[in-house]
Write a protein that binds this ligand. Structure first.
Ligand code: ZN
Length: 312
């Protein structure tokens, strides 16, 4: 099943990030681990009950990180799906919780509620009819009927769509579906979570620079190692890209490359998933470390800020 696997962004204060996503948005905290490339900092994963591909938003919380600046060569917005009739509930919730948001707007015929998290990360809720019956994780505060049903997709702000679009369609299985103004919509078959990539073409805009509130990278799905290898081969052969060697991220295995528009892309396997080192019932409760870091657990725990227990 093609589509987005996860989106990873940069946050500031870890506790503020944790509170916003678990309480205000009601996502499940599916994994508490560290950045494998910088184990003195956290890596947080939020998603649905099991953290299915297409529902996972992850953060590198770097306390004191300077604010990013949005611009060309970056992810412009990350959008979640909610049932169409839940947009009223969410608008009211954002007012009550003081979540910074904009008026509802229409995009490709859909109702979109743009908002930002406390670090300025650009997000949106898209009202989608007919997804009421899809399971939604409930933290006991946001009722299950209104819960977020994973990603709708992302908007990339690029100088030019052409080369990026060629990778989306040829390697990741998307197809061009519609155009509206300067935005071209690509969709993956299946109409599942994370099946939309919009490219907003803005020639000559200022380049973005990454910091707090920026998306660090976007990961696309590969079923397994074999499919990932096929995609890598295609990237080299047809698109002149040079993806990295495979890295074991414990919950998936990944390769990375910077796409021609400037955005860091990852290809992550659907397997093995988040229940590989703790049961589904208690996902996110304990600090999980990969084997190569387990012997440093004491030191690592000593430098990480303490989080309160999740609301549920
Ligand atoms: Zn990633």
């Amino acid at each position: 099943m093609p589509g987005i696997h996860h989106v990873t962004a940069i946050a500031g204060d870890p506790l503020r990030n944790f509170d916003f996503y678990t309480r205000d948005l009601g996502l499940r905290f599916v994994k508490k681990t560290v950045n494998f490339d910088d184990p003195s900092t956290y890596h947080f994963y939020y998603g649905d009950e099991t953290g299915r591909p297409g529902t996972i938003l992850t953060f590198f919380p770097w306390a004191g990180a300077p604010a990013g600046r949005r611009g060309v060569g970056e992810t412009h917005q990350t959008a979640f799906r909610v049932p169409l009739k839940s947009l009223g509930y969410w608008t009211q919730r954002f007012v009550e919780k003081g979540v910074s948001h904009q008026p509802l707007e229409k995009r490709f015929g859909e109702q979109v509620l743009p908002f930002t998290d406390p670090d300025g990360t650009a997000l949106a809720l898209v009202g989608v009819a007919g997804i009421e019956s899809e399971p939604g994780w409930s933290n006991g505060d946001v009722p299950a009927e209104h819960a977020i049903r994973g990603f709708q997709g992302v908007t990339l702000l690029l100088d030019s769509a052409e080369k990026t679009a060629a990778i989306l369609t040829d390697v990741f299985g998307f197809r061009e579906a519609a155009r509206e103004g300067s935005v071209i919509r690509y969709i993956a078959p299946g109409d599942a979570n994370g099946s939309v990539v919009d490219i907003y073409e803005a020639k000559g805009f200022l380049r973005g620079h990454q910091g707090r509130g920026s998306v660090h990278h976007i990961a696309f799905r590969a079923a397994d190692d074999a499919q990932q290898a096929e995609m890598a081969e295609k990237l080299v052969r047809t698109h002149g890209q040079h993806p990295t060697e495979q890295k074991d991220r414990n919950y998936f295995r990944s390769i990375y490359f910077r796409e021609p528009g400037g955005v860091l892309f990852e290809i992550a396997t659907d397997i093995p998933g988040f229940a590989v080192d703790e049961p589904v019932e208690t996902l996110g409760r304990d600090l999980k470390l990969p084997k190569f870091l387990e012997s440093y657990r004491k030191e690592i725990e000593g430098v990480l800020p303490v989080l309160e227990e999740a609301a549920s």
